[in-house]
Design a protein around this ligand. Structure first.
Ligand SMILES: Nc1ncnc2c1ncn2[C@@H]1O[C@H](COP(=O)(O)OP(=O)(O)OP(=O)(O)O)[C@@H](O)[C@H]1O
Length: 241
């Protein structure tokens, strides 16, 4: 497939004797919002870390933009937001943003403009000068999201981006995701939240290290004669045991 942005082929991962990813096969197309949905411990974080090149599979291979991962030079094309915030607590938000902007090679003028834009988006403009150690948990999440969006990457990999973010802001964050999609960017989002799952173009349902179903929210519901993704998940989960 030519416009495939991510190819996952036969990927498994072991931690010691425990296999936490089991023969995952998946193609993610450019310009789609792909949601990975599954209970805690299903393997979502392990998989997205491998997509971001931060970990390697025990078996199988991953290609991003037709290049075998991990590929360090893809850093400028990728944005990754981890589940736990990777922020410098002793620095202000502005200093954190400046640091990451420099790392991603943003030019000075562009840097300034992007910092204003992303902080507006996550509604933290009034807190730019504040030291991050004084941020609340939700504010840290929003700052992490702002950092991931800073360099307008082609592929955004977001591990539970809206945890700790209130429903009103969550809505505007999702509007921003759709805007990025409209610009041709690809987004991979892990989530526990069912109404977020509905906002994805396609979903991959994960359970116990396996990808148990892939499809649009509508397809998954129709196939299982369910009224909700949650119900569909239970049907697929039941069928897998
Ligand atoms: N470095 C590691 N060493 C050993 N086991 C690990 C390691 N990282 C993850 N695991 C295990 O792999 C499994 C999958 O974890 P993972 O974090 O990928 O799940 P998840 O679906 O992202 O869960 P959550 O939604 O809670 O973040 C879990 O059983 C976890 O304990």
């Amino acid at each position: 497939m030519n416009d495939s942005c991510v190819s996952i082929r036969g990927v498994s991962k072991n931690f010691g004797a425990v296999e936490v990813l089991k023969n995952i096969n998946l193609e993610i197309q450019q310009g789609e919002i792909f949601g990975l949905l599954g209970p805690s411990g299903a393997g979502k974080t392990t998989l997205v870390k491998e997509l971001a090149g931060l970990d390697v599979p025990s078996a199988g291979e991953i290609e991003v933009f037709q290049e075998r991962m991990p590929a360090l030079h893809l850093i400028e094309k990728l944005g990754y937001m981890a589940q736990s915030d990777a922020l410098y607590m002793d620095l202000s938000a502005r200093e954190n943003l400046e640091f990451f902007a420099a790392l991603y090679g943003l030019k000075k003028k562009e840097r300034k403009q992007r910092i204003v834009e992303v902080m507006e988006l996550v509604q933290l403009s009034d807190h730019l000068g504040k030291q991050v150690s004084n941020y609340s948990g939700g504010m840290k999440r929003r700052l992490s999201l702002a950092i991931a969006l800073l360099h307008q990457p082609e592929l955004l990999i977001l591990d539970e981006p809206t945890v700790g973010i209130d429903p009103v802001l969550r809505k505007s964050v999702w509007e921003a995701f759709h805007q990025l999609k409209d610009e041709g960017k690809t987004l991979i989002v892990t989530t526990h939240v069912m109404d977020e799952a509905e906002k994805c173009d396609r979903l991959g349902l994960m359970r116990e290290g396996r990808l148990i179903a892939v499809g649009t929210p509508e397809e998954l519901k129709q196939e299982t004669h369910s009224n909700s993704i949650e119900e569909a998940f239970l049907v697929y989960g039941g069928a897998a045991t």
